[in-house]
Design a protein around this ligand. Sequence first.
Ligand SMILES: Cc1ncc(COP(=O)(O)O)c(C=O)c1O
Length: 390
Amino acid sequence: MIRLIKSTFHNEPETKKKLNAFIQSAEQLSFGPECQKFEERFARWQGRKYCVFVNSGSSANLAIVQALLNLGKLKKGDFVGFSALTWSTNVMPLIQLGLNAVPIDVELDTLNVSSSQFKKVLKKYPIKMLFITNLLGFCDDIDVISKICKEKKIILIEDNCESLGTRYKNKLLGNFGLASTFSFYVGHHMSTVEGGAICTDSERLATMLGLVRAHGWDRNLDEKRQNKIRQKHKINSLFYSRYTFYDLGFNMRPTEINGFIGNVQIEYLDEIIKKRNENFAQIAPVIYANTKKYYPIDYSKIQFVSNFAFPIVCRTKKIRDELVDKCNGLVEIRPIVGGDITQQPFFSKYMHNLKVDNHNAELAHNQGLYFGNNQDLTDREIKELIKIFA
Ligand SMILES: Cc1ncc(COP(=O)(O)O)c(C=O)c1O
C-alpha cells in the first residue's frame, strides 16, 4: 500500500534522537527560545521580515483574520473572497468571525483561482479581502491577481499551507500579498507534528498577530514593541502589565518541542522540496498525458513546482469511481482537498444567500481524486503509481 504519509518527520530516527536529548535537557518546554529561533529561520527561508509561529495551519488562518479585524482593516460583514476548492479551515475563520465568505471558482486546468475568475466575482460583490489558496503546490496567474488587489486596495492573503517552496515568476508563493499562512502538520512539506505560521513584512501586523496568538497580551513581543504598546495604553505599572489584555486573541502557542523540531527539520527543507519536485517531474507528464481519461493539468507556467499531491480530474464520474476501486489496497487516495466547499454541510448551513457559479470546483469535487507525493517515495512506488494512473 502506497501511503499518503510515510513518516512523521524527514530523517525520522535522527530527528527523534535529537528530540529525546532536547527534552531530557530542556529547562522550558512552553513557548520560548526554540520557537523564536524557528520564527527567525523560517522568515529568512521564506524571504519575509516576520514569522509568527502558531500551533497549526488552521490557527494561522484564524489568527490572520482576527488580526485584520483587530487592526480595523476588515469589519464584521465585509465580503471576503476565497478559492471554492480549498480546505475547510481556510473558510471557517471567515464565517466564525462574522464575514461574508464568497467562493471564487477555480480554473479546471490549474485547480486554482485565476485573475479572470476573480474579476467575475468582483463585478458581483464588494470584496475587501481575497484569502486565496495555493492548492496542492500549484497556482494560476497570482501576479496579476496581486496587481488587481493593489489597484483596488483589496487585502491579499495567501493560504500557502500546501505550496511551501513553489516559485512563480521568480517569486516564492506566499510572498504575493500582505501575509501568508503555512501548515507544518505531518504530511505537509515540513513537519513539526502540529504547527503553522503566518509570514508578513508588516511590523504592525506581526505585532498584532503576536497578541492574537496568546491571550491578547504582549508577553511574547520584544521589549521595543512591548514598550510601544504599554505607552499607547498608558500601562505604567509592571505589575499590571503582566495581565493586561490589549485586543481579542486566542491561545494558539506552539511548544518548545514544536520549535525544536522546526529547527531540525528546516535544515532538510531544501532537500525535501527538491525530492518532491523530482517525483513530480517523473510522474506528472506521464499521467497528465492521458487526456482521454483525465482533464489536462497545466503547470507549464510555474517556474518550480513544490508539489504536495497529484490531483486527477476524470472526464466522467464513472472513470473516477473505477479508479477509486482500482486503488483499493494499493494506493491511499483522497477527494481533491475539501472539494467544492459550497457542497460541504457547514457552508450551506451558514452561507446560503450567495449566488455563485462554481462549476469547475464542482466538477473536481464530483470527478476528482488525489494521491500523495512525498520525499520518501521509492523508485518502485513511482513506477507503480505510473502503472496505476497513466
Ligand atoms: C489549504 C489548507 N489550509 C489550511 C490547512 C490547515 O492546516 P492544519 O492541518 O495545520 O491545521 C490545511 C491542512 O491540510 C490546508 O490544506
